[in-house]
Design a protein around this ligand. Structure first.
Ligand code: AOS
Ligand code: ZN
Ligand code: ZN
Length: 388
């Protein structure tokens, strides 16, 4: 795409969904560093998400996590989101923080535990009904640590059975997003370890089931953009969980570790129609900010995703396909690298100006005084965090 106004229009219409847990305290297994001003409840998490949207103009949706964001009155939470100019995005289920799930949730050998896990997933669909959320995001920590610990194929049968029950419960405008992850917390087998397993289950379930690609959930060296191209071609790419990693599931700011990889992924998205509204790819962030301030870190991730998208949109597609057709390896690679090496920050600054926003959302947020305000106001009470 070389027409600048079309590039700008595409950048204005891209929606990036931010995670409620990205605003709360988080840490590693060694330490959670509490930060001043961190939200004390789901309402305050929404207020923080609204700051990101106010400064970027492209982040009107927030993923919730149940039970971390469980409230008495979901209608009130939804109304509050609307007052802030936000919508509720994916509902993330949690079948990994209960003693009963030590040996698995929907794949547990005991049918009583499987029932409990499936009931939680069904509760999440009730919450989708109450909040208008279109997406149920499923990530299972299920797996085994030792050879022989359980029946690998049997666990797939149990997983399929639970997914089918939840799929049946979905409304017409609701879908199920099945995330995969190579390992952790299970270290020998994981029940949904890769895109192929997720894809196979989604294919069997039907059109309302699609795959989530979390960019931190692969073996080192995995070609994620190939997976993206393949899933888009099959109509099975439902969403991204963007974050970056140096080692495993590091959950760092998107685009921080490897902006070139993010660009390559966004190239496949753009090339294969993934930016079109009707394709309905949910561009979510899934990250935890352990040592950096949360709201500005989410802003930085949003702008990093935008920069990768802008570069992908600037690729001279005609020159690229001509070079590809003629088998000119160096020329085709050169077209891609020209786009990657373009400084798109001035273009994005113009886009923001046209939306009535400050040219630099990061600096504008820091100058807004919000950080000092929340640090002064949000004293007392439990601070919500990862796992709270
Ligand atoms: C876990 O590693 C996954 O990335 C999930 O997306 C998880 O549900 C999310 O991090 C919130 O807990
Ligand atoms: Zn994730
Ligand atoms: Zn993860």
């Amino acid at each position: 795409m070389s027409d600048v106004s079309a590039v700008k229009a595409a950048l204005k219409s891209q929606v990036i969904e931010t995670p409620s847990w990205g605003y709360g305290n988080s840490g590693t297994r060694f330490k959670v560093f509490a930060q001043p001003g961190v939200p004390r409840d789901p309402f305050e998490k929404l207020a923080d998400a609204a700051q990101v949207h106010a400064h970027t103009g492209v982040a009107p949706k927030v993923s919730l996590h149940i039970p971390w964001d469980r409230v008495e009155d979901y209608a009130a939470l939804t109304r509050y989101a609307e007052e802030l100019g936000l919508r509720i995005g994916a509902i993330n289920s949690n079948v990994f923080q209960d003693d009963d799930f030590k040996l698995g949730s929907v794949t547990h050998p005991d049918p009583k535990v499987r029932r409990k896990a499936t009931d939680h997933l069904l509760e999440c669909v009730d919450i989708m009904d109450a909040t208008g959320s279109p997406d149920l995001k499923l990530w299972f920590s299920d797996g085994t640590n030792y050879p022989g610990q359980d029946d690998i194929a049997g666990r797939q049968d149990r997983l399929a059975e639970a997914l089918a029950e939840v799929y049946e419960r979905l409304g017409d405008d609701q879908r199920m997003l099945l995330e995969y992850k190579l390992f952790e917390p299970a270290f020998y087998t994981t029940d949904v370890p890769d895109w192929g397993t997720s894809y196979a289950h989604c294919l069997k379930l039907g059109p309302k089931a699609q795959v989530v690609v979390d960019t931190g959930h692969h073996a080192p060296g995995t070609n994620i953009e190939f997976i993206v191209a393949f899933l888009l071609r099959e109509g099975k790419l439902g969403a991204f969980d963007f974050n970056s990693r140096f080692y495993a599931d590091d959950d760092l700011m998107a685009g921080a570790a490897d902006p070139f990889q993010l660009f390559r992924i966004m190239h496949e998205v753009v090339k294969n129609g993934g930016l079109k509204t009707e394709t309905n790819v949910n561009f979510m962030l899934d990250q935890c900010h352990n040592i950096e301030a949360k709201i500005p870190a989410v802003i930085r991730s949003v702008t990093n995703v935008q920069e990768a998208t802008a570069k992908a949109l600037l690729i001279d597609t005609e020159a690229l396909s001509a070079a590809q057709r003629s088998g000119d390896v160096l020329a085709s690679n050169g077209v891609l690298m020209d786009a990657f090496n373009t400084d798109v920050r001035p273009l994005l600054a113009e886009v923001r100006e046209e939306l009535g926003l400050a040219r630099d959302p990061f600096a504008a947020y820091l100058a807004s005084g919000n950080q000092e305000r929340i640090a002064a106001d949000r004293v007392g009470g439990e601070q919500a965090g990862w796992g709270a």
